[in-house]
Design a protein around this ligand. Structure first.
Ligand code: SF4
Length: 403
């Protein structure tokens, strides 16, 4: 039975394919860590070091803390760490980390607000249906008799609203873990330190909130287990892909990396990655040409048609003969049904029903059947019965989008 964690479940929620590579196949990512995550780790490690010494009554100076941060940064730095944001450099991030620590130090020195009982404390969480989770609390403090505080450091560049903090799963799970480890607990403060902004966000959980979090977490674990059973881990692209360490191994982006290095053609491919990239460029060039040509031709045809219409009107000839074709002229009336957004549409529908003409104009909408088959409005049994009448085929389609 795998041991879950908040970040493991978060990975599945963000992208099941990344989950598969990281946790099921245990593949090593080809791309390096992001600078945001590296800077976050260095700030965390520095604060852990600071509190570890403070636990033994050794409160270091701010300068010593910054020296430690600098040392940790240099010792752990590797050139594979990626700076994704175009206008920023690694030095910018290093400086941001320093500022975070300086502000934190000034605010909490001499770090004796409460008694630290755990740093990077591993907590086990027992859930119903024999599910188990683990988590590491950045800092666990004891404030008084049965009163605990869970501290979490965040270096992200956004402070979430209180409503989001009140629903946060990670610290909710830690609250549950504290409850399970210390039965005497009376109160648990959940505190996030948004160190970039010198901001504290505080929350707590009552039993009802804990119960609801437990049930949604168990449901999510079951969903992950069902996906694992089915081996069903689709890719889920989003902004987060830019920071994903598996980007070069993901079918959504791997060609980009293969074509950059012009990787050798696999035995099953007829063209190389570079040739495939050139083919996309050629295809889009032809599509553009076709579009321009077609709009030029539409304009030319419109001019010719208008010349012929005028000629027919002026000459009284209702048919004009070419070499192999003849052109006839007539004007027909077009009928437009009001759109769905137009109130008149509903009035029209009511009148058709009132006049008992509705059945004459009703017919099955192909689009509606397809969308109902995808929705949750029809039961699986209903879907299966309807699907029996449908012919399914695979239609290969290339969609071209601007990068
Ligand atoms: S690049 Fe995006 S879609 Fe691919 S694995 Fe990473 S997060 Fe998922």
């Amino acid at each position: 039975m795998p041991l879950y964690s908040h970040s493991r479940l978060g990975t599945y929620e963000n992208c099941p394919f990344q989950y598969k590579l990281r946790y099921v196949n245990k593949v090593k990512p080809l791309l390096g860590n992001s600078i945001e995550s590296f800077m976050g780790s260095m700030v965390h490690d520095s604060l852990e070091w600071l509190y570890k010494l403070a636990q033994d009554s050794n409160v270091v100076s701010k300068e010593t803390l910054l020296e430690k941060y600098d040392k940790l940064w240099n010792e752990n730095w590797t050139d594979t760490i990626r700076v994704v944001k175009k206008d920023l450099t690694a030095d910018n991030f290093k400086e941001t980390g320093q500022t975070c620590l300086e502000m934190y130090y000034d605010r909490y020195h001499p770090f004796d607000q409460s008694i630290t009982i755990g740093l990077e404390e591993r907590m086990m969480i027992e859930l119903p249906e024999n599910k188990k989770m683990q988590g590491y609390i950045d800092r666990l403090d004891k404030i008084g008799d049965g009163h605990f505080a869970v501290h979490d450091y965040k270096t992200s560049n956004r402070v979430p609203p209180q409503s989001k903090a009140d629903k946060d799963r990670q610290l909710g799970l830690y609250a549950l873990a504290v409850h399970q480890r210390y039965p005497e607990v009376k109160k648990i403060d959940l505190i996030w330190h948004y160190v970039r902004f010198d901001e504290e966000v505080c929350s707590s959980r009552d039993q009802k909130q804990l119960d609801s979090m437990i049930s949604s977490t168990v449901s999510l674990i079951k969903e992950v287990e069902a996906a694992t059973e089915r081996k069903d881990f689709p890719t889920k692209t989003s902004m987060l892909c830019n920071w994903c360490e598996f980007k070069a191994q993901c079918p959504e982006y791997s060609h980009q990396y293969a074509s950059q290095n012009d990787a050798p053609t696999l035995s099953t491919t007829t063209i190389t990655a570079l040739q495939a990239a050139e083919t996309v460029d050629k295809l889009i060039e032809l599509k553009e040409k076709k579009k321009n040509l077609s709009s030029d031709m539409d304009a030319m045809m419109e001019t010719l048609e208008s010349q012929l219409f005028n000629y027919s009107k002026e000459s009284g000839h209702t048919v004009v003969f070419g070499k192999d074709y003849k052109a006839s002229f007539n004007t027909s009336e077009s009928v437009k049904i009001p759109s769905k957004k137009d109130l008149k549409r509903y009035e029209l529908e009511s009148s058709l029903k009132e006049l008992e003409l509705w059945d004459d104009v009703q017919e099955m909408s192909v689009w509606k059947v397809k969308s109902m088959l995808k929705s949750d409005n029809w039961s699986e049994e209903q879907k299966e019965k309807i699907s029996n009448f449908l012919d399914k085929s695979e239609n290969p389609r290339i969609s071209l989008k601007k990068l």
